[in-house]
Ligand binder design. Structure first.
Ligand SMILES: [Zn+2]
Ligand SMILES: [Zn+2]
Ligand SMILES: [Zn+2]
Length: 289
């Protein structure tokens, strides 16, 4: 019994069936010359996996490093048709069906491609790697919200991936940007002030107030009071110091935004706090421009 166990654990030559010799760097067959390295392009292949590969299975996706360029790439390992070597396979069936033509979607290190040539989805989308599971969810309309980084601006953003209208790829679906009528009138032109998740903006594009001002999230009610000249004392936070301070927001002279005023100008503020506030933008309230 114990002997059998031992036998099972040894790796056998896929050509002649002889037990493979292990010389630390590679397995090799003395009889027919078959050999396979333990580390292939920087990736160690475990015995369990190798055993399956030698039995004809295609291994899991690995990340390899090109010894020439140092670049990483993804591939799977498989025994070659003549069984003389273990080779890399770059395309495999993702198990997913093309949403356009129903043919197989093949997966490679570069991405996902329909056999019929109509659907494609790159492996990396705006700095985020798309897994088979994520593609599956996206095709089912169940994609999670993922973080991306714009190649152009470097800014990060959240979006879900969904099938595009042409059904030949994915596109971003951003969280609904609500743009609600606040019921407030623009102090400059009298048109509607709309609220989005970023701030309050006049339809006529002349008034704006960012929601996050000096670490304070301005509510619609607060803005209303401010526009009526009844603004409450609010709590702010110094951007660099993280220190809280109090102040008031008032409509600026140009009536196109808000200005900041200290709650009590006689309040003894330390030098660093003043610097901090100055850094936050001494004139005009708001940030994010
Ligand atoms: Zn052999
Ligand atoms: Zn297709
Ligand atoms: Zn306006």
């Amino acid at each position: 019994m114990a002997e059998e166990k031992q036998e099972e654990q040894g790796l056998k030559c896929p050509i002649c069936g002889k037990k493979l010799e292990d010389n630390f760097f590679e397995y090799h067959c003395d009889d027919c010359g078959f050999k396979v390295q333990h580390v292939i392009s920087g990736t160690k292949i475990e015995d369990d996996e190798l055993k399956k590969i030698l039995a004809g299975e295609t291994g899991p996706v690995h990340e390899f490093t090109s010894p020439k360029t140092g670049n990483t790439f993804k591939a799977m390992l498989k025994l070659s048709a003549n069984k003389l070597e273990v080779k890399m396979v770059f395309d495999w069936d993702s198990g997913l069906k093309c949403p356009k033509c129903g043919k197989k979607i093949m997966e490679s290190g570069k991405g996902f491609f329909c056999e019929g040539g109509d659907f494609k989805c790159w492996r990396e989308i705006s700095g985020t790697e798309i897994s088979r599971e994520e593609l599956k969810k996206a095709l089912e309309g169940q994609g999670d919200e993922l973080g991306f980084r714009s190649h152009k601006t470097g800014k990060t953003f959240l979006a879900r991936l969904v099938l595009n209208e042409a059904k030949d790829g994915l596109e971003f679906k951003f969280a609904e940007r609500k743009s609600e009528d606040t019921g407030l009138k623009c102090p400059h032109c009298g048109k509607k002030i709309l609220e989005t998740d970023k701030g309050f903006f006049c339809e006529g594009k002349d008034f704006k107030c960012w929601k996050n001002t000096r670490g304070h999230e301005i509510s619609r009610e607060e803005l209303q009071k401010i526009l009526e000249g009844q603004g409450d004392e609010l709590d702010f936070v110094g951007k660099s110091s993280g220190k809280p301070y109090k102040g008031r927001l008032v409509l600026n002279d140009a009536k196109d935004g808000l200005d900041f005023e200290f709650a009590d100008k006689k309040d003894g503020l330390s030098g660093s706090e003043l610097t901090d506030i100055a850094r936050d933008g001494g004139s005009g309230a708001g940030e994010g421009q």
